[in-house]
Design a protein around this ligand. Sequence first.
Ligand SMILES: Nc1ncnc2c1ncn2[C@@H]1O[C@H](COP(=O)(O)OP(=O)(O)OP(=O)(O)O)[C@@H](O)[C@H]1O
Length: 260
Amino acid sequence: MIKVRELSFKVGEKKLLDGLSFDAHPGELLAILGANGAGKSTLMKLLCREMRPSSGTITINDKALMDYRLEDLAKTRAVLSQHNTLSVSFQVSELVLMGRYPHFKQKPTEEDFRIVREAMEETGITHLASRDYNTLSGGEQQRVQLARVIAQIYDSPNACLFLDEPTNGLDLLYQQQIMELARKLADRGYCVVCILHDINFASRFADRIMMLKQGKKVAEGLPIEVINCENIHETFSIKVKLMACEGYNCPLVVPATILK
Ligand SMILES: Nc1ncnc2c1ncn2[C@@H]1O[C@H](COP(=O)(O)OP(=O)(O)OP(=O)(O)O)[C@@H](O)[C@H]1O
């Protein structure tokens, strides 16, 4: 479980995050929504310990994030970041095996190879195993990276998974596949925190949504509680209409002008 309390991050006098508090639970997918510049990536970098907060605390499974040894942290949280281009070429299976680096000493064990195979199967990339990562399409690369992070926390049932805009640049099918995988990982018991730009994907796949504006929380709760015209206007400065859609437990959001 992740507990964030009064988290702030300043650069000079500018507050990128301002007194943010929230929890994320095992078995839950928490989506973070916000306009460009709202502070989402800053939050992600603090959660990953890529940066130190100016003030406030983050605990994962009741231990302060700053108190983790690096090798334990690598088994406690995995990160799918936005920019995954590689300057050197790697075979897909080698890249997925990198997820196991925190787990083995000198050589991967049979168990590590088994986990790599299962992670590749789960993300539908087994047929790409011997391909050069740099020759894959964006959507294929994203699934390879997801296989790597799945392999990293495969045998750590209390782990957290941080996904920074995992659907960025993907076509509709790949977006759907990535979100279904994220959902599956939450259902398996991982605590999944996911930055998204698509409100409809967030309400469809997330258990809870937190909306940010200028480093502060606008709203937090179940999709059905927080996805409304007021919160979306406050967060994104855009008027929207909500449309009921059969089979969805939350209305779809469309920009109001399109419906004129
Ligand atoms: N090192 C820095 N120095 C000054 N300002 C910064 C720094 N890093 C980020 N910012 C600013 O802080 C704000 C929040 O940035 P952040 O990347 O967290 O936003 P975001 O919500 O992830 O945006 P996007 O949706 O565009 O990715 C932005 O206005 C950004 O320009």
